[in-house]
Every structure is written in C-alpha cells, then in structure tokens.
Ligand binder design. Structure first.
Ligand SMILES: *Cc1c(COP(=O)(O)O)cnc(C)c1O
Length: 545
C-alpha cells in the first residue's frame, strides 16, 4: 500500500497510501488543518449560495445528449485524481450549473423548491454525527428525539390530550409514527399495516405477514383485496399494490366529482358492489388525498372518515403534500377530517422545506404498527427504542434532528406564513390567468397548485361553437401546442412550469394537456408569474400563430 515517500511527491502527487488515509480519518487538531476545513465549508455555503443567487434561470441550455456525452468514463481510477478542494470546485462550477436551480423563483413546476439556508447546516450536522437510528446502540438520543418530534406532528394531526402524549411520547411499546425515506415509502408502510389488519391472524391462520396472500385469502374465503383511491391518487399506491402482492389492478381508481375530489356517490356505489359479492373481495383501505399531486385538491376527508367508520374500513390519508397546511390557522380547516384517519402520510421534503429526502407516516392507534414488527437478535430487541423494528427501511439517518430543529427555528407560525403565501399567490395567479385572453384556467387552486393551458381567445371562440367531434379535434391541436410550449419553455431554461394530462368537466371523456404550477417558493411573486405567462405568450406567437 505504501509508496516511495519523498517530500516533493507527497506535496504534488496524489497517492492512495496509509498516511493519506489516516489524514482523512483523524479529526483535524491543528489550527492549519482546521482552517482548511472551515475554508471548504465556506466554499460550499457561499460558492453554492452565490451560484444559486446569480443563476437567474433554472438550468443551462444544453441538450441531454451533449451532457451525457461528457459522462462516459466507466473506469475507477486506481490512484486518487483530485483533492477535496478541487472536487468541491468541480461540483460548484461544472455540475451545479447543469443541474436544476430548484431555488429559482421561476421554477414553479414541481414540489421541489428553495429551502431555508439553515437546512444546509442542519443536514451537515446529521452527516457529521452519522447516527443510525435503526437501533438505539448507534443512535441513543437521536432515537429519543425522533419519538418526540413524531409526537409533535402526531399532535398536530390528531389533537389528543396531554395524558395521551405523556403516555406515548417516549413509550417503547408505542409507535405514533415512523420516519422513512419519502412519501412513497410512507404510503407503502400505511398500506402494509392496513393489509395486515384486514388479513390478521385468527384461529387456524397465523396472519398474512407469516403465511402469505394465498393462505390469507383461503382463510378469509376471499379471492382478492382492493384499495380505493380517487383517480388522482399518487402512483405510489400502484407500487404498493404490486409490492403487497394484491396486484396493482386492485388499486381501484374512483371517479372524481366536478371539483377533482373523490366522488362520494361513486365511492359508495363501489363499496356496495363489493359488499354484494359475498365477501370474495376485501377492502384493505380507502385513501383520501390531502393535496393531490396534479391539482392540489383535497378530498372530503371528514365524509370519507365517516364512510370508513360506518363500514369498518381502514382509512388512510395521503397528506404528503398538504399536511403542513395544518399549521396555518387560516387554512387548516381545508384538512378537516384528517384526524379521523387511521394513518397519515406527510413529506418533510415538501412543505416542511427540508432537504431531500424525508417521509413520515403517522398512526392514530399507537400499537397498530405491531402488525409489521420485526425483531433481530443482534439489533432490534423487543420493547427497546430500536426504531428499525417497525420501519420499512433498515439503516437510516437521523432526519428527525433536522425537522425538530427546523420546527424550533420556524415555529408553526413561520411555516404558516409560507403556506398562506403559497395559497394566496396561487389564487391571485388564477385571477391573472383568467384575465389574460390567451389562457384558460383548467383547475382552480384549492391549496397552492393550479393548472391552466394556452387557449387563445380565437380558438376558444371556435371551441365553444364547435360540435363534439370538432371539439375533440381542436383539443387535440391544443394538447399538441401546450405540450410543445412547455418543452420549449423548459429548454430555454429561464422558467419552468410542469405539464400533465387531466380529464376536466368541460370536456367529458377527453384527455386535456395542461400546464401545472406549484407555488411554494416565498420569492415567487405576481411579477414573476406574470413574466412566466409573458414568455409563454411569446413562445405561442413565435411558433404557433
Ligand atoms: C409527492 C407525493 C407522494 C410521493 O412522495 P415522494 O416523496 O415523491 O415519494 C405521494 N403522494 C402525494 C399526494 C404526493 O404529492
């Protein structure tokens, strides 16, 4: 391992030797080495900060083909190629500009946005401590902090009394919730629990977790089991259908009402039909969405909660996006009924403005996660704070330290300012869209997401006079225009809205391509949104008129 070591080569050549290795593992203890490390951190904080600030657009104009042509080196170098300082410089100068400046206030198409600068500090601390909350032996207080912050968010959702939280906050047998990597894993965890609740152990049957789906269906006289969610359900539910063995065809997409919420009549009809097949179909869960990914709409959670209670069905709420709305005194009423849910998904990296990535799942019943408990002799022991016992992931970082600290820095009122700004700006933006003759609002914002499309006045006139055959043709043409317009705007790199396909009430049976805006960056204001529309008008005039 060691090489010839004269002074000169040590200074100039990069070698993988034992001495160099020791230097990167031993904590710096001289002034000189300390100040070098501080300098590097400064480079990251300010180099990157300046970049994000000065980089007005959101990405450099370069084709993916050109870009991928630069990254075709598939050999790992035997000797070190670069020093830390050079690597940092490379990342800031050669990678960052070709990434996406999600902090740009012109980047309003996705649920990823600017984060408060202190998140970088908090993330760094988590990395430096390198705790592993899979088990107490590698985390200790971090696991205890995790239980505390889980109880805080649980309380925000379920509003139980002091006695309840005193009993459960640090109870090693209770689980108020669980951190996972993202919203997808949160939803999967919830449905995993729900599946095991439905197909629980009983006389002559040890439970689905133990014996599998075939034995479970036999024990319960079932032929299939389903999950009911609106047509706007996140695709993670279909993944869950696959993973849980029930099949993703059994994630039943329930129709929408005219406001893009789950249609209660259709839901009731579906439940009734299922009940008529003499128990052959089990309903694992009904899912309500608090902020759909595509339109930001909130299902009638209270009503769904009642239906689930009446029918003895597990109720899950996907509040990956909308959850933090609960912190806004002004708008928390929009989520009324969330407290009826057996489980709730919330994403930390969305409206808690945490760095990638953090998902959480909360449960009304502190013992329900016993349905997915796993022990291992060397690691997860019964009645311990070994959080890995009940979480789908094994090893994981102490993300809870970031959320707990962020809640202290922001207060729920601080978060409420962000939530209120998003909702109110989205509403004003909807008014602006309605006033511009070239645009048509397709779904008004309920939270801070809206959709619209380019639909110039003359075309709109034709559309309203057209018969259904002509309507379909005009919409086809508009779909093509909106699709290409969104790509052109994205590729020119100044601003970004996203694009999806929706069915809207006005055009039954048709698929309409719409532009989608997510307003979460507090720096995004009406002036910027106006410029985004101007740019779209310009693209239309130059290319399609
Ligand atoms: C974002 C989102 C998810 C999935 O979250 P990931 O963190 O991307 O896995 C699930 N449901 C809804 C409603 C979402 O908005």
């Amino acid at each position: 391992m060691s090489k010839k070591k004269d002074v000169v080569s040590k200074e100039t050549m990069l070698v993988a030797d034992w001495q160099a290795l020791m230097r990167i593992f031993i904590r710096p203890d001289t002034e000189a080495t300390r100040s070098i490390l501080v300098k590097y951190m400064g480079q990251i904080l300010f180099g990157l900060h300046d970049f994000l600030k000065n980089h007005v657009g959101f990405t450099e104009e370069i084709s993916l083909k050109d870009l991928s042509g630069r990254f075709t080196d598939t050999l790992i170098n035997k000797d070190p190629e670069k020093k830390l300082a050079d690597v940092i410089t490379d990342l800031i100068e050669d990678i960052a500009p070709y990434g996406v400046n999600t902090a740009s206030p012109y980047f309003v198409g996705h649920m990823t946005s600017a984060i408060p600068f202190f998140m970088v500090h908090l993330k760094t601390i988590v990395a430096a401590l390198n705790q592993n909350v899979v088990k107490l032996e590698t985390s200790k207080v971090a696991s205890i902090v995790e239980k505390q912050v889980l109880a805080k968010i649980h309380r925000l959702i379920y509003q139980k009394d002091d006695a309840f939280y005193n009993e459960h906050v640090q109870n090693t047998d209770s689980t108020l919730g669980c951190f996972v990597e993202d919203g997808t894993l949160s939803n999967i965890t919830a449905l995993w629990v729900a599946r095991n609740v439905l197909l629980a152990p009983k006389e002559g049957f040890e439970g689905i977790e133990q014996q599998g789906l075939h034995a479970a269906y036999r024990a319960y006289g079932m032929e299939r089991s389903v999950i009911l969610v609106s047509r706007l359900g996140h695709y993670s539910f279909r993944k869950a259908g696959g993973l849980l063995g029930i099949g993703n065809h059994n994630i039943i997409a329930v129709d929408l009402d005219e406001n893009n919420r789950i249609c209660i009549d259709s839901l009731n009809k579906t439940i009734k039909e299922i009940k008529q097949d003499s128990g052959k179909t089990g309903i694992i869960a009904i899912v309500g969405i608090a902020g759909t990914t595509e339109t930001g709409t909130v299902d009638p959670l209270y009503k769904l909660g009642e239906i689930c209670a009446e029918n003895g069905i597990y109720f899950h709420v996907d509040a990956a996006w909308g959850g933090p709305t609960m912190m806004s005194e002004k708008y928390k009423h929009l989520l009324k009924g969330i407290e009826l849910a057996d489980s709730v998904t919330v994403d930390g990296h969305k409206q808690f403005y945490m760095p990638m990535s953090c998902g959480m799942i909360y449960f009304k019943d502190p013992s329900i996660m016993d349905n997915v408990i796993y022990y291992a002799n060397y690691i997860n022991r019964p009645s311990s704070v070994d959080l890995g016992m009940k979480s789908l992931p094994g090893s994981r970082e102490a993300t809870s330290l970031i959320l707990d600290s962020a809640l202290k820095i922001m207060g729920s009122n601080g978060y409420a300012l962000l939530i209120d700004h998003g909702i109110e700006t989205a509403r004003k933006f909807a008014e602006m869209i309605k006033q511009r003759p070239d645009f048509e609002l397709t779904t008004p914002p309920e939270l801070n997401i809206l959709t619209y499309r380019m639909c110039p006045a003359d075309i709109r006139k034709k559309l309203s006079a057209a018969d259904s055959e002509e309507k379909r043709n005009i919409n086809k043409r508009l779909n093509e225009i909106n699709r290409r317009l969104q790509i052109m705007q994205r590729e020119s790199g100044k601003s970004f809205v996203s694009r999806t396909t929706l069915r809207i009430k006005k055009f039954p049976g048709e698929e309409i391509v719409v532009l989608r805006c997510v307003i979460m960056n507090p720096m995004t204001d009406m002036n910027i949104l106006g410029k985004i529309l101007d740019e779209q008008e310009g693209i239309y005039k130059n290319n399609f008129e």
